[in-house]
Design a protein around this ligand. Sequence first.
Ligand SMILES: [Zn+2]
Length: 241
Amino acid sequence: MSDIPGQVQDIEALIKLQEAETEIVRLKTILEKSEKEKNKLGAKLRQFSTALEESKESFSKAAEVCRDLEREIQMIDDRIVKSNEKLRMVKTNKEYQLFLREVDDSKKRKDALESELIERLDEKEKIEKIVQESEKEFNLLDAQIDSEQKDIDKKTIEDREMLAEYLERQAKIGKTLEPSLMNRFNKISKMNQGLAVVNVKNEVCMGCFMNIPPQLYIEVQRGKSLISCPQCSRILYHIKK
Ligand SMILES: [Zn+2]
């Protein structure tokens, strides 16, 4: 069946509805693309931010290692002081040898820890420089991406305003049509990327570019009822010249 329930005078409204629908689809496509661009920029910034957080994490780990070493060195220093005190109070040679070795062992341990601390401090400093550089780069990138995103928003202001206008127009026209016809329009539009109402030229549907049967073409030309294309189901109209 090619007849669609609806009044033939509806075709004028349907054509206008189609104009709005076409614009809505076009504008939504543009705006979705812009939104994707913005998201892509946001993802780039987040990626950088994650790398920066990782650098900061390794810096705090390096700093902790240094603090632990410094603490241990301090403990050994205290131990050396105590051993030296004991050394002054010894009564036997055996005790003297024992505490002397204690001091000696502590000093050796301290030397080793101090060498390690120097290396670790050096490492910490290197990481700190990386963090500082990354922070600078991040701030630059953040500002750059923010301005790029704002540019995208600025460029789409007009499109967003137009979209709002066409949506309003679409709603207004929709109110003048029977809900069943509106449903039909929406269904066909969804199936056909937003093109539901098309012209017929020389027996060819301008939606699917297939020939329509001559009898149907005559009916479309007469414009007494709403006809849909047997191939693509789009609602057909014919502009009389
Ligand atoms: Zn068709």
